[in-house]
Design a protein around this ligand. Sequence first.
Ligand code: UDP
Ligand code: MG
Length: 320
Amino acid sequence: MQTDIRYTVIVPMFNEQEVIAETYARLKQVMDTLGEPYELLFVDDGSRDRTASIVKEISRNDPCVRMLGFARNFGHQVAITAGMDYAEGDAVVIIDADLQDPPGVIVQMIDKWKQGYDVVYGKRLKREGETWFKKTSAHMFYRMLKSMTSVDIPVDAGDFRLIDRKVCDVMKSLTERNRYVRGLVSWTGFRQTFVEYTREERWAGDTKYPLRKMLRFAVDAIASFSYKPLKLAAYLGFVLSLLSFVYILVIVYQRLFTDTTITGWSSIVAINLFFNGIVLIILGIIGEYIGRIYDESKGRPLYIIWDKTGYGEESADNAG
Ligand code: UDP
Ligand code: MG
């Protein structure tokens, strides 16, 4: 309907009832200062609390607000992807729902976009109010990923970013399942720049990324952008064979030319356990990649939307 939308702001949310009204108010305040038509596209990633009903209530009084409701929790990266699929703006901004990414930075991103950049990502100078573990693991993760891939994925940058319409269109054409969105954006190769910001403390509520999801996320990122873990088997195999060969020479020498009794049990058990461990780890790594191939081959849709709000016909189809 409204095809003249200039900006889309995508907000993925999962159980964010404590902050979402505040997030809406702050985003609206910032976007209104720009004086151009925009949409706030909230993507509800299967929240089990009142998040969706709060946003629906807001949308009743504000035609800029739209919401896509997932049938279940499909994950943060998938929620962003759905947002991109439905975004109508010439420039598309992705921002977390918890106000860790300050909405005011969007104005600076739009400035850069107007200078001709196609991707403007937010670079985290400082992170406030996050645990030591989160900061250290994130720091290490970004650097490890960088060393493993040839795609220029910026370090210390999250999904808080602006992308141009043409980047969004390319993203829509990428159908892969286990998505690491910020990596894919870099992969497209469009002209990118950054604005620096301080990542604030979460405004309310708790993190929706428990350790389990963080690990999944890291493995997805690495498996999508690097084959290096697969090569580990070859490297390790080479080194260990070499060491084993030296050890064999030592044993043979001892047996033939000395009187030392060669004791067996402990060394055999130790070697066995060690090598079995390594083999299982390598199998696990291969399994990660095979699982991904399997996911791709099933060709299931990436997400299921059961509720669309703010697209004109809402009063009819989302009575629940
Ligand atoms: N999120 C989501 N689906 C999930 C987990 C998180 O849509 O399964 C959203 C969440 O609502 C927030 C953003 O992703 O808007 C980032 O999550 P969070 O702030 O909890 O992560 P953290 O900042 O602690 O890494
Ligand atoms: Mg957060």
